[in-house]
Write a protein that binds this ligand. Sequence first.
Ligand SMILES: C[S@@+](CC[C@H](N)C(=O)[O-])C[C@H]1O[C@@H](n2cnc3c(N)ncnc32)[C@H](O)[C@@H]1O
Length: 456
Amino acid sequence: MFGKKIGDLSKGVFFTAKVLSKVEKTGSSIRNVLYKEYFERGVEDYKLLKQALHFALETTRRYNFLDHIIKIVLPKVFDEDFPLLIKSLLRIATYQIVFLKEKPEDIANILKPLILIKLRKSDKISKEEVFTHLFKVESLIKKEKIIPETNYVERLTYTTFHPEWICKYFIDLLGLEDAEKLLQNNNLQKPTWLRVNTLLSNRKNVASFLREEGVFIEFDEDFPDVLRVIEEGKKPVTLSNPYKKGLVFIQDKASCAAAHILDAKPEDFVIDLCAAPGMKTTHIAQFMKNMGFVLAIDINYYRAKMIKKNMKKSGVKNVEILCTDGRILKLKPGKKPDKILVDAPCSGSGTFQTHPEEKWRLTPSKIEKYALLQENLLSSAINLVKVGGEIVFSTCSLFLEEGEELITKICNKYSVEVVEKEVEGGKVVKNGWRFYPPETKGFFISKMRKYAEQKS
Ligand SMILES: C[S@@+](CC[C@H](N)C(=O)[O-])C[C@H]1O[C@@H](n2cnc3c(N)ncnc32)[C@H](O)[C@@H]1O
């Protein structure tokens, strides 16, 4: 990790701890904080970036287990006024000892320069206490059974690293064995997927441009514009020429499936009701060969500006952006949209692989709130679309409330019916299709047709 010299190791661990502290303090995502911190350093060190991301994700993924151990060994870490940076350092150190089987004396050597510089008298902990903690962790995991045996739900929380209520939800839904499989898959690494911008290039050319920069890919069998990265180059794909020129976007295969299912035609009028940052809008424009008309809506002004940036980068010209609330959108009398995509805001529970911080923040009441927002957005889309027109709804969620159950409710309440068809790569479920980790993010897609004007 982080090179071989103690100085490099300390630098890497300190950088990761700083990121984790900021993530906890601000409620931002690991990736946002990490990239901001990294680029503010002004020093190009891709190895540090890659490894810090890895450490930040792997430590955060296991917070409940690591905190359980730290609570036994050094409970004051969870006092409100305990310094966040030291707490983050201890979580990383505990991860290294428990999961990477690093020796406490090696970790102590790495932490020593940090502790000496960073610990102040006011910090409520001495360097001796920190080092004793490391040795106690090691002896604890050697001696004791750390995971409680009594309760199978509690056990699952520590073996799969998920909050208890999420474990309970999926045990009730799938049974213990399948729930465990699903939750364990959230801890595996997800492949990087790329979407080729067919307005500017093709799969073969993009593959050979990427190869020149040390990025090796394979063609996806299900979608003809999707690539899977099998070997990354020295630099991140985002710094490769094909990416900078807009020939290729980083976009999960499941998320690419939404535009394939919408299947917009060059003559269509399409609304993308939750469009920012425009990944699916630009994908839809590809299907329409830059013809027809796409109205891209997003409520968030700053995110809506990103659609424009992505359009420019990808050569998309048939899109107009409107920053407004999709729930109250009104159109001038005239042609009604043929198709609407509602890629709705959601719990993000399908992205725990890449955003593990979110699983510790999610609550059942947040899911209820998202489901209501999704219903309101769908109700608006149904009102806007022409009779005979189609609506595609998608969420990166694993919960039925933001998927199958919501669509049943919508079909009972409004004049829409589910469209059934074969979709490559997706699993057919009630009311639509699902994609699952670890191959892709967890994703639900449904396609509906409006069969009559809604009676008010
Ligand atoms: C899942 S993201 C969309 C991602 C986008 N479709 C893409 O592929 O790049 C959901 C988006 O919905 C937007 N949003 C949330 N509430 C909204 C509302 N009431 N009306 C319109 N957009 C909304 C958020 O700002 C966010 O950009």
